[in-house]
Write a protein of this length. Sequence first.
Length: 241
Amino acid sequence: MLLVIKTGARYLMLGLAVMFLIAASQKAARADEVTISGFTNGCWGGGCTPGASATVPGLTFSNSTFTGTTANGFRGLGAAPNPGSNFNNLGSLTLSTLPNTGASYNIPFSLEVTFTAPQGINGSSLATFTATVTGTVISDNQGGVFVDFNNSPIIFTFNDSNCEAEPVPVSPGQHTTCGFGSFSFSVNDVSIDPDSSVPITGQINGAQQTSVPEPATLVLLGSGLVGISAKLRSRRRANRS
């Protein structure tokens, strides 16, 4: 009976050691990449509400959605414009020549960016970037417009406890959909030729994420320890009989 107790104690100590190592490794920082998703709205004029008015004579903003994963902490958002169905940029601007040939622009513009992933962003998942739009359009090949954004980066921190399925297959440890971390986001200036469309572009920099403990792993280990304890009890009862 003494041998059984010693053997059981050895298994129990081994199991507890494994659990400690797994828990400790989960706490260690791991350079996971970050999955980022969201959408944009925009409007013209001072004090406007983004999404309320996306058009001024001759100049139209079309909103966008975006999703993707960083690589070495970076993710560019600058896909080609597709007004009405933009994807993976921050929206697009279209400058026409009619009915405003000879028109000049000097108006404010607000771009609102809302992040839907990662979840658990501290404070607010929304950022607004203001711009001054200037320029003159004479014809389809004379003049143009410059959109001068406030390019100051905004830092977001997050604690996402919602571990969802990976959006695309990835190598183990490359990135996860949950954890805590941060990223920096900024918007670029834009120039537009008459009678054309361009994307509004931006970038994610310095993205980093630390994984949260995987509940399934800890539950599996705990179940194993419960099984060991049950087996020890049954052996003790058998030796007593």
